[in-house]
Every structure is written in C-alpha cells, then in structure tokens.
Write a protein of this length. Structure first.
Length: 138
C-alpha cells in the first residue's frame, strides 16, 4: 500500500512539473505520505529527556545512594564510640579506646599496659564492640 502511495506521489510530482510552473496538480492527500515540498516534522525531545532522567536515576540508585548510606553509618559509628570499645583503624591496628576527644581518640595497643596512640576519629574503620553488640541483639 505504501509503495502505491509513493508511486502515486511521484507520478503527480512528475506530471506537475511537466504541465508547467503555474499548474497545480489535483490529487487527494494520501495518508502517511507528506506532500511534495512539505516541511519535515522535528523529532520529539521526549525520548531524549526520558533517557537522561533514566540514566540519572540509575546513577543515583547505584552510586550516590549507597555511598551516602555508608557515610551516614560511619558517622554514627564514630559518634557512638566510647571508652572501652574495641576498634580497628584504617591502618589495621587493633586496640581499645582509652579516651574520646572532640576530634581525636586515644587507643591502647597491645595487652595490659600497652602503648597508647592518639588517632583522628576518622581513622577508625570499624568498632568491633558495637558490631558484636548489634549482632547479639539480632
């Protein structure tokens, strides 16, 4: 059907040019075929916008949201530290918290009268005591 419509459109264009510059062909419009000389329609921007929104949503749920959840969990863990907690630093040092300051903590390393080292609070990777307490609650 479309081939017939295109053939009809081509024939009317050829006959219109053959009959002279001022002649107007009398042809019924064919559905789905643009008349000769008609401007092409611009494609819709909606699919492009939906694709960008979809990519942003994917990035949010895969990258940004989990990172924010982990950051919140870590901040809560650091704020909940207290004297006597067993901790592991980002360097892998295991110890027991002796004192908690505003931005630093003193950690006793070793058994008994071991060495006391001062760390920034951000250097604590894991609060072993708090994790064991949470595991026992569940």
């Amino acid at each position: 059907m479309h081939r017939f419509a295109l053939l009809l459109l081509l024939a009317t264009t050829v006959f219109a040019e053959a009959s002279g510059p001022g002649a107007v062909p009398v042809v019924a419009p064919v559905e789905g075929v643009a008349p000769a000389g008609a401007a092409a329609q611009q494609p819709s921007m909606l699919p492009s916008i939906l694709l960008m929104v979809g990519i942003f949503a994917f990035m949010w749920f895969v990258l940004i949201r989990p990172q924010k959840k982990e950051e919140k969990r870590r901040k809560e863990m650091i704020e909940a530290m207290k004297r006597g907690d067993k901790v592991v630093t980002i360097g892998g040092v295991h110890g027991v918290v002796e004192t908690v300051g505003e931005s630093t903590i003193d950690v006793r390393i070793g058994d008994g009268s071991g060495l006391v080292v001062t760390y920034n609070k951000g250097a604590v990777q894991q609060n072993v005591s708090a994790e064991q307490a949470n595991a026992s609650k569940k």
